[in-house]
Design a protein around this ligand. Structure first.
Ligand SMILES: Cc1ncc(COP(=O)(O)O)c(C=O)c1O
Length: 389
C-alpha cells in the first residue's frame, strides 16, 4: 500500500542529514546515509492529521488530553504485549532530553553511570556534560554478535558511587535486541547494587527478522519498580522533527522525580503538534509499520548479499533491530582519517564515523539503510567502484 521506493527530494527542508553534509564531511556532494532518520514519507495517515490541524488558523497553547496516554497504552499492549497504566506515563520533549533530566534527577555530580560502548554519542554527553562519571562497559564482540560483559557490569554496579545504568535497548549502533535472559541478568545485578536502570527503548518498534523487543520493565515486578523506560514514535514513523516522546515507570517516586526536573526546567508543555503526531501514528500507523519492517529487512538482506559478492572483506552483523548497520572496515587497513576521507570524497557516500560512538568504533562505520533500495544500491556501487580504483 505504501511506496517506500519513491525517491523524495528533501532539499529545502533544512534536513540535518542533507544540510549538515558540508560541515560534517567537508562536501555536500555525497549520498547521505548517516543521521538516524529515514528518507521515506511519514505515514499518509499522520500527514493528514498534521495537515488537518495545521489548516486551523489558530496556533495557541495546547494541552494533551487522555487520548495521548490512551494511544500509548494501546500501542505498548499491541506492539510489545506490555500492559501499562496511563498514570505511569509522562510526556517528554525528546528521548535525549528525558535521559538528561533523569541523570539530573537520580544522581549527583561525580556519581557513576554505566553505558555499553560503542553507543549512541549523546549517551556520553548526557552523563559527562552533567559532570557525572562515564563507566564504559564495552560490549564483547563474540563472532560478530555483541554481548554484555556481566562480570565487569557487576564490578561497576558494586561501586558505591554508581547510581545509574543507561541501557540502550535495542542497541544503537550494534543492532542487538537483548534477550529476556540478558535483561534479567542486568536487572538482578542492578537491583542487588541499588543501581537505577534507564532503558532507552526508542528503537523498540523496529525489531526485525522475528526478533522480539522485550521492554526492560516487563521482565519482572521488581524491574518495573527499578527502571524508567524512554520511548517515542519518532524513529518508528519518521517523525523525529516533532520532538515528541514519553517516559513510563510504574514507580511513583521515580515518575515524580522525573517530573520535578522537567517541570522546573519548564519543558513540560510540548507543542501544538506533539499530541497530533503521536496519536495519529500510534492509532493509525500499524499497517504502515508492518510494510516498513519488510522493506527494511529486504534492504538489509540486499546489502548482505551485495557485500558478500563484491566486498567480502567487510564484516557486519545482521541487525536484530532498527535501520542502522555497524560495518567493520578493518581489513582495508586504512586509518580512521583515511577511511572517512575515502568514503566521503572518493566513494561519495556519507556514513557515521565509528569513532564517534566510542574508541571501540575505530575501523567501523555506521550505515543508515532507511532509504529507497535504488539509493542504497547506488551507494554500494560507488563504494565498490572507488575501492577498486
Ligand atoms: C538510542 C537513541 N536514543 C535517542 C535518540 C534520539 O532521541 P530524541 O530525538 O527523541 O531525543 C536516538 C536517535 O538516533 C537514538 O538512537
Amino acid at each position: 500500500m505504501y511506496d517506500f521506493d519513491k525517491i523524495i527530494d528533501r532539499s529545502g527542508t533544512n534536513a540535518y542529514k542533507l544540510d549538515l553534509r558540508e560541515k560534517y564531511f567537508g562536501t555536500d556532494d555525497l549520498i547521505p546515509l548517516w543521521v538516524a532518520d529515514m528518507d521515506f514519507a511519514a505515514p499518509p495517515e499522520v500527514q493528514e492529521s498534521i495537515k488537518g490541524r495545521a489548516s486551523h488558523e489558530v496556533y495557541g497553547y495546547t494541552i494533551r488530553k487522555e487520548e495521548f496516554t490512551n494511544a500509548i497504552v494501546d500501542w505498548c499492549a499491541y506492539k510489545h504485549l506490555w500492559s501499562i497504566k496511563d498514570e505511569w506515563i509522562e510526556y517528554s520533549p525528546g528521548v535525549v532530553p528525558a535521559l538528561a533530566f533523569s541523570v539530573l534527577a537520580f544522581s549527583k555530580p561525580g556519581d557513576g553511570v554505566i553505558i555499553n560502548t560503542p553507543v549512541y554519542p549523546p549517551f556520553y554527553s548526557v552523563i559527562g556534560g552533567n559532570e557525572r562519571q562515564i563507566l564504559k562497559n564495552s560490549l564483547v564482540n563474540n563472532n560478530g554478535r555483541y554481548e554484555i560483559d556481566f562480570d565487569l557490569l557487576e564490578e561497576q554496579a558494586k561501586m558505591e558511587t554508581t547510581k545509574i545504568y543507561l541501557l540502550c535497548s535495542p542497541h544503537n549502533p550494534v543492532g542487538r535486541v537483548w534477550t529476556r535472559e540478558e535483561l534479567l541478568r542486568i536487572h538482578t545485578i542492578c537491583q542487588k547494587h541499588n543501581v537505577l536502570v534507564l532503558a532507552d527503548e526508542i528503537h523498540s518498534d523496529l525489531a526485525l527478522f522475528e526478533h522480539k523487543h522485550i521492554p526492560f520493565a516487563s521482565v519482572s515486578e521488581e524491574a518495573a519498580q527499578n527502571s524508567i523506560s524512554f520511548m517515542a514514535p519518532s524513529k518508528t514513523f519518521n517523525i523525529a522533527g516533532f520532538s515528541t516522546s514519553y517516559v513510563v515507570t510504574a514507580n511513583k517516586e521515580l515518575l515524580e522525580g522525573y517530573r520535578k526536573v522537567q517541570n522546573n526546567l519548564q519543558l513540560h508543555m510540548g507543542h501544538l503538534f506533539s499530541g497530533v503526531a503521536l496519536t495519529s501514528a500510534y492509532n493509525k500507523g500499524r499497517n504502515w509499520l508492518a510494510e516498513l519492517t519488510g522493506y527494511l529487512e529486504n534492504n538489509i538482506l540486499f546489502i548482505e548479499n551485495y557485500l558478500m559478492e563484491n566486498l567480502p572483506e567487510l564484516e557486519f552483523f545482521r541487525p536484530e533491530a532498527t535501520y542502522l548497520i555497524w560495518i567493520n572496515f578493518k581489513k582495508w587497513e586504512m586509518n580512521q582519517k583515511q577511511l572517512k576521507e575515502f568514503l566521503a570524497c572518493e566513494a561519495k557516500v556519507g556514513l557515521n564515523d565509528g569513532l564517534s560512538f566510542g574508541t571501540e568504533g575505530r575501523g567501523y562505520m555506521r550505515m543508515n539503510v532507511a532509504s529507497p533500495k535504488a539509493i542504497i544500491e547506488k551507494a554500494l556501487k560507488q563504494i565498490t567502484e572507488a575501492y577498486h580504483k
